[in-house]
Design a protein around this ligand. Structure first.
Ligand code: FES
Ligand code: FES
Length: 200
């Protein structure tokens, strides 16, 4: 899917960091490349991230994947690890408002950024329209894929507030569900889109 960070393995991560534009902070990139060139993964970097509105400071190894940081840091485990190879979408989170697969990003890449997980989507004890719609339309069964599915749908509606069913399916093609057959997920996203347009 366009704009997503794929997991091409360790050397590929290096290549993607090297090729990254302003999204990846230059300081982090230079530090990482220096460490990788020395072959020293034991060095830790101080990072500061905001997770669901709360700021955390941690020291992390340059090889640590963002999904592990998220699940270990704030006691929020809604973000799931499915394939660990950037195929299933269960680990999808918002990084500065943009959906990424957190099994394919490094923790150091999130330094200074704001992360939103499924737990951070609701506000004032009120479910987000996407959460409501998945509930209303039975867009989940076991729920393992659901956090990632909802955040991927969030990305779709951010860029296309009135998607067709075909566009919904295309927007969610990076997320796999083993239970629902996808029909109710598409209905849920359609309903959420309508609600969000009504609310402006
Ligand atoms: S766990 Fe990240 S895409 Fe499957
Ligand atoms: S609801 Fe079970 S994997 Fe999607």
């Amino acid at each position: 899917m366009d704009g997503w960070i794929y997991n091409p393995g360790f050397s590929g991560i290096l290549a993607s960091i090297s090729a990254s534009g302003p999204d990846v902070r230059c300081v982090v990139r230079c530090k990482l490349l220096a460490v990788f060139q020395k072959g020293d993964n034991a060095v830790k970097f101080p990072i500061s991230v905001t997770l669901n509105g709360r700021r955390y400071q941690r020291e992390v190894e340059p090889r640590q994947l963002l999904v592990h940081l998220i699940r270990d840091m704030g006691g929020v485990t809604g973000t799931k690890i499915g394939c660990d190879t950037s195929q299933c979408g269960a680990c999808t989170v918002l990084l500065d408002g943009v959906a990424i697969k957190s099994c394919t990003a490094l923790s150091v890449q999130a330094d200074g950024a704001s992360i939103t997980t499924i737990e951070g989507l609701a506000s004032d004890d009120k479910l987000h329209p996407l959460q409501e719609a998945f509930w209303n339309k039975h867009g989940l069964q076991c729920g393992y894929c659901t956090p990632g599915m909802i955040l991927a749908a969030h990305e779709l509606l951010r860029t296309n507030p009135q998607p067709s069913d075909e566009q919904i399916r295309h927007g969610l093609e990076g997320n796999m569900c083993r239970c629902t057959g996808y029909q109710n997920i598409v209905r849920a996203v359609r309903e959420a889109a309508a609600t969000m347009r009504r609310k402006g």
